[in-house]
Design a protein around this ligand. Structure first.
Ligand code: ADP
Ligand code: MG
Length: 399
């Protein structure tokens, strides 16, 4: 059960409320925001606090300035876009120290319902080390702390964990975190069954360990993308130049055995689309298991595999998907990923998409709005699925 207090459980009128948002938006070379999903995601909490008459102080990190006030990582463009979205000026507290004289003056001048955005928390070297000094400075600005940054909830930083320890009043979650936990929590702890998880993508070493825990929860586990070849190799098939985690071959065999023992369907590719180069402009073909020749690499799941996976998904009632089935950025190798996205859009199930590239793939297929939930945190959602405690949520006050 999710028992953390949320913004609706506490009084905020007239109070200074520090909100940790996830404004880690992509910027182009001219510092234009190229995807505003994260800004839009933060609006419900900000709007609620404004309507309640709180003094809303926002903070976030952006990119990796590593403790230096590097202008290209400034949150200034976010203040501008956010002002447009809220229909109200968001005062940007430009300040190399984040909580320096400028920020303090901006906060001191606030009236109820006003919004101030602080500078990038990672301008301070203490931030990612969760050092007390900066946590206390952040806490000193406000009476209440709200964490609404799901994407960084798996990191114990000053602005996610430290500040919650030192804030004078309550530390609670915002709407975005509440929604994430509702969907992800239900999916792993209380799912409508059958529950199917789909894992793919290229960050194999960081994702493969989730399988052990998922096998305790799911009815079916589908594996595609770069993740698949370690399992193929474990089954005794050659994989050529495909992505492979040699160190995990034994683990893959253990997972195959565990699934069998528990009566869980672990689905692996039966055919693979291969090419001799990582390129959309070279010949490609589909081969059955064992057919990947030296010099060739797997770049997508094949037609037979698509059929197998589609069948397994037809009756699913809850689906969690993290990681594309192939190199979807190249049209020749996007078929597997698109087929899965289409099936998920059709079936009568709760569908949850996590992972930056998986979300991009679903949006590229034009099916984003057909999914039940698009998670804003790839790493955080995986750690949550693994059964790990997210420190940025754990620290918040219980109901
Ligand atoms: P997410 O961002 O959804 O968590 P990852 O970052 O783990 O996913 O992986 C996404 C990347 O995986 C994509 O850029 C995609 O091109 C790549 N990928 C998928 N299948 C393969 C494959 N067979 N070989 C190499 N890369 C792959
Ligand atoms: Mg990714």
């Amino acid at each position: 059960m999710f028992n953390k207090k949320s913004i609706e459980d506490i009084a905020v009128a007239g109070k200074k409320v520090l909100v940790r948002c996830d404004f880690n938006v992509p910027l182009d070379d001219d510092l234009n925001i190229t995807d505003e999903t994260r800004i839009v995601g933060a609006l419900p909490t900000i709007n609620y606090l404004m309507e309640q008459g709180a003094k809303v102080i926002l903070c976030s990190h952006l990119g990796k300035p590593k403790g230096e006030a590097i202008p290209k990582f400034s949150l200034a463009p976010v203040a501008k876009r956010l002002s447009e979205k809220l229909g109200k000026e968001v005062v940007f507290a430009a300040d190399a120290n984040v909580v320096g004289d400028n920020a303090k003056a901006a906060v001191a001048a606030m009236k109820d319902g006003d919004v101030v955005l602080l500078e990038n928390t990672r301008y301070r070297a203490e931030e990612t080390k969760n050092v007390e000094t900066f946590s206390k400075e952040l806490a000193s600005l406000a009476e209440v702390f709200v964490n609404d940054a799901f994407g960084t909830a798996h990191r114990a930083h000053c602005s996610t964990v430290g500040v919650a320890e030192f804030i004078e009043g309550e530390a609670v979650c915002g709407y975005l975190i509440e929604k994430e936990i509702k969907f992800l929590g239900n999916a792993v702890n209380n799912p409508v069954r059958p529950l199917v998880a789909i894992l793919g993508g290229s960050k194999v070493s960081s994702k493969i360990s989730v399988i052990n825990n998922l096998l305790e929860k799911v009815d079916t586990l589908i594996i595609g993308g770069g993740m698949a070849y370690t399992f193929m190799k474990a089954q005794g098939y050659e994989v050529g130049n495909s992505l492979l985690e040699e160190d995990y071959i034994d683990y893959a065999n253990e997972m195959i055995a565990k699934a069998k023992e528990k009566g869980i369907k672990l689905l692996l590719p039966v055919d693979t689309v291969v090419a001799q180069e990582f390129s959309n402009d070279v010949p490609f073909k589909t081969v059955p298991n064992g057919g990947i020749e030296p010099g060739w690499e797997g770049l997508d799941i094949g037609e037979e595999t698509i059929k197998l996976y589609s069948d397994a998904l037809k009756d699913a009632k809850t689906v969690v998907w993290n990681g594309p089935m192939g190199v979807f950025e190249m049209s020749n190798f996007a078929k597997g990923t698109n087929a899965i996205a289409e099936i998920l859009a059709e079936i009568d199930a709760t569908t949850i998409i996590g992972g930056g590239d998986s979300v991009a793939a679903v949006n590229q297929a034009g099916l984003g709005d057909k999914m039940s939930h698009i998670s804003t945190g790839g790493g955080a959602s995986l750690e949550f699925l693994e059964g790990k405690v997210l420190p940025g949520i754990d620290i918040l006050n219980n109901k």
